[in-house]
Design a protein. Structure first.
Length: 140
C-alpha cells in the first residue's frame, strides 16, 4: 500500500511539474474572468487559458500608464475582473485597467482590452448581455 501511495505521489508531482512547464513566458497561468454586472444575482464567470492570459498581458503591456483609480461601484455593468492562477488580479472598468498587486494602472483608450476580455466569454454568456456590455464599453 505504501508503494502505491509513493507511486501515486510521484505521478502527481510529475504531472504538476509538466503542467507548469507548459506556461508561456509572461503568462500567469489560466485565469477566471468575472463579468461584474449583476447586483442581486451571481456574476457570470468563465475560464481563460494560459495562452489567452499571455495575450491579455501582451495587450496590457502595450497600454499607456495612467493614475490609479478606485473600482466603480455603480449599478449595472461595472467591469471585468481577471483572477489569475498565480493569485494576481487585473480589473478593467471604464477604460482603466489596474493590476491590484502592483497598483499599476493603464489606460485602455479605445476599450480594446476590455472588449477582448468580454469576447473570451461569448460561449458562456447570454448573447443579449454580451451586446449590451459591448455597447457600454464602446460608449465609454
Amino acid at each position: 500500500m505504501a508503494s502505491f501511495r509513493l507511486t501515486l505521489l510521484v505521478v502527481v508531482v510529475l504531472a504538476a511539474a509538466a503542467a507548469c512547464g507548459n506556461e508561456s513566458p509572461g503568462s500567469r497561468g489560466s485565469a477566471v474572468v468575472t463579468l461584474d454586472v449583476f447586483s442581486g444575482l451571481p456574476n457570470p464567470t468563465w475560464v481563460i487559458t494560459p495562452e489567452q492570459t499571455a495575450d491579455l498581458l501582451g495587450m496590457w503591456d502595450r497600454l499607456d500608464d495612467t493614475a490609479p483609480v478606485e473600482y466603480a461601484g455603480s449599478l449595472g455593468y461595472r467591469g471585468v475582473i481577471v483572477d489569475f492562477a498565480d493569485g494576481s488580479r487585473i480589473w478593467v472598468s471604464r477604460r482603466i485597467a489596474v493590476d491590484e498587486g502592483t497598483a499599476t494602472a493603464r489606460i485602455d483608450r479605445d476599450g480594446s482590452l476590455e472588449t477582448w476580455i468580454v469576447d473570451t466569454g461569448r460561449a458562456d454568456l447570454d448573447p443579449a448581455l454580451v451586446e449590451e456590455i459591448l455597447a457600454a464599453i464602446a460608449a465609454g
